[in-house]
Design a protein around this ligand. Structure first.
Ligand code: ZN
Length: 219
């Protein structure tokens, strides 16, 4: 006899919601810029009309294109969201190369499970906000490294899917003052809306099952 635990989506949703609440309480509001990426947007989003070369199938990165922010896709930015994140402090670790010594600003950030983000997306911190919830003084612009998704596996099912994601984190590094993405400034990006349609599949229509009904016995 094997006991197969039926996945309980409501328990995953609950932890994801608790992390979201914790980030809203302890974290700082910031902007995340989800960019266009070749792996998912090729053939869907038009290429940049300014810098993309269809013969060489690439863009001239020395152009510092403000139309696509170096993504080679028209517009460059797929989505801008205001979210809450917790940033670690800079480690002030000194690095050395042939050109000398420098201290990069490398940190990490923890973010909610949505929106979807990936390597080479950006995070923009805000130092101060004015009362009507709009940014006053911007902080650093950071590039995200590999985004790790934290998942909570529950029940017998294929794990690590969009259904069991509860939070995400990524190493981030401060961009130099001349980086083209720094020409982007937030205008009216609203906080990412965590409603039934944007997140947590099945949150909206799931009936909270009785604990004993969650266990399915197969003989
Ligand atoms: Zn371009």
């Amino acid at each position: 006899m094997a006991i197969i635990r039926v996945p309980r989506q409501h328990s995953v949703n609950k932890v994801a919601q608790q992390i979201l609440d914790a980030l809203r309480t302890q974290g700082e509001p910031c902007y995340v810029l989800h960019m266009y990426h070749v792996s998912i947007d090729e053939g869907i989003q038009p290429r940049c009309h300014v810098c993309y070369d269809s013969i060489y199938k690439g863009s001239d990165s020395t152009l510092n294109c403000s139309n696509c922010y170096g993504t080679a896709f028209e517009g460059g930015i797929k989505g801008v969201y205001r979210v809450f994140g917790i940033f670690t402090d800079n480690t002030n670790e000194e690095k050395r190369s042939k050109k000398g010594e420098w201290t990069p600003d490398d940190r990490s950030v923890q973010l909610p499970y949505l929106p979807d983000l990936m390597t080479h997306d950006y995070v923009v911190r805000v130092e101060t906000w004015v009362e009507n919830d709009s940014p006053d003084i911007l902080g650093g612009y950071y590039r995200m490294g590999t985004v790790k998704e934290l998942s909570l596996r529950d029940g017998s099912r294929y794990g690590k899917t969009t259904q069991d994601r509860i939070s995400s984190s990524a190493p981030i590094s401060l961009l130099p003052a001349n980086h083209i993405i720094r020409s982007w400034v937030p205008e009216n990006a609203l906080e990412f809306e965590y409603d039934d349609s944007t997140i947590l599949p099945s949150l909206a229509n799931e009936n909270l099952a009785h604990p004993l009904e969650d266990i399915e016995v197969i003989q």
